[in-house]
Design a protein around this ligand. Structure first.
Ligand code: FES
Ligand SMILES: [Fe+2]
Length: 332
């Protein structure tokens, strides 16, 4: 019987910092839909696993930077979306062009060499309407990173989907508690009574393919829950269904905090009512997962948490999370 991780892995601030650097600063992280950046000058700024990032449309080319000024670390833009011609620091007004080059350092005079003060780059890429960032200078190609997901999505007309709803949710649980929960259907009958009525959770399968997990469960008659449930380590999940899809992406906000972001897409022929029902259904499922994950987190922190054991039938996907985290930490 395989064991889980010790409780300290879900609590320790040092471990959190290691995982930010070794996992989330190395892997591609989905940040939403590329439609947000369709217009030249559009930007999106957000914190990804604690790293402040800004992505801009520079005359049709997407570029990413650390949202940190080269003067004294002020923010170039506040988090959110907007439009700009240059990036002007909110602290003392240094300005940068959309390629990250310093245009002017207010009142510094000629002795400062602007060439030496460009913004630090972040890799950005878009795939089929989804937007990703990678903080690692040696990021692998995005499609290679997505692995089996690329082929699984090939039959779907993803480009024809329109972003319908975006939301962000903060959970009081370590990101691994949430990832483990995502990676098994064992909890469905107890935690998700509504979903349990829609799918036959006794036949829930998690098929592993390297860092990718392909989830499936036969639906009960009349259910709309058909399609593909795809997951990729550490925090990417894509759910394709009858007339749309949802992107779910999550990352740590601290040792005991996780942010989950959703982008819902609807096909052209999907009535708004159906799209709204899909959103409501997902929010219910997230609330159910939140309740159980936060309870698990409190128990892990209580000091009364026994060593975890993993089900050979249901929890291979959980073991995969542990294996890939361990590998990333070993690689530094
Ligand atoms: S910190 Fe940006 S101008 Fe001072
Ligand atoms: Fe769940």
């Amino acid at each position: 019987m395989r064991n889980g991780l010790p409780a300290s892995a879900y609590l320790d601030p040092g471990r959190h910092q290691q995982e930010r650097r070794a996992v989330f600063a190395r892997e591609w992280v989905a940040v939403g839909d590329s439609a947000q950046l369709a217009e030249p000058g559009a930007y999106l700024a957000l914190e990804v696993a604690g790293y402040p990032v800004v992505i801009v449309n520079d005359a049709g080319v997407l570029r990413g930077f650390h949202n940190v000024c080269r003067h004294r670390s002020g923010p170039l833009v506040w988090d959110g979306t907007g439009s700009c011609r240059s990036l002007v620091c909110r602290y003392h007004g240094w300005s940068y062009d959309l390629q990250g080059k310093l245009l002017s350092a207010r009142d510094f005079g000629a002795e400062l060499d602007t060439e030496e003060f460009s913004l630090a780059d972040v890799a950005v890429d878009a795939w089929r309407g989804l937007l990703f960032v990678n903080l690692d200078g040696a990021a692998p190609a995005l499609t290679g990173w997505l692995g089996a997901i690329v082929d699984r999505c090939a039959p779907w007309e993803m480009e024809g989907f329109r972003p319908f709803h975006r939301s962000s949710h903060d959970l009081a649980a370590n990101w691994k508690v949430y990832a483990e929960n995502y990676q098994e259907g064992y909890h469905i009958p107890l935690v998700h009574p509504g979903l349990h009525r829609q799918v036959d959770s006794s036949r829930y399968r998690v098929e592993l393919d390297g860092p990718v997990a392909l989830h499936s469960a036969p639906t009960r008659d009349g259910s709309v829950t058909t399609g593909e449930w795809l997951w990729r380590f550490p925090g990417f999940a894509l759910n394709l269904y009858h007339r749309g899809m949802s992107l779910e992406t999550y990352w740590p906000t601290g040792p005991t905090g996780t942010r989950v972001r959703y982008t819902f897409f609807a096909s052209e022929d999907c009535p708004d009512e159906e799209a709204r029902a899909t959103v409501a259904n997902s929010v219910t499922i997230l609330d159910e997962d939140r309740t159980i994950c936060e309870a698990v987190q409190r128990n892990l922190a209580s000091g009364s948490s026994p060593p975890a054991v993993l089900s050979p039938r249901h929890e291979d996907g959980v073991a995969l999370v542990h294996e890939l985290v361990a590998r990333a930490l070993a690689d530094g």
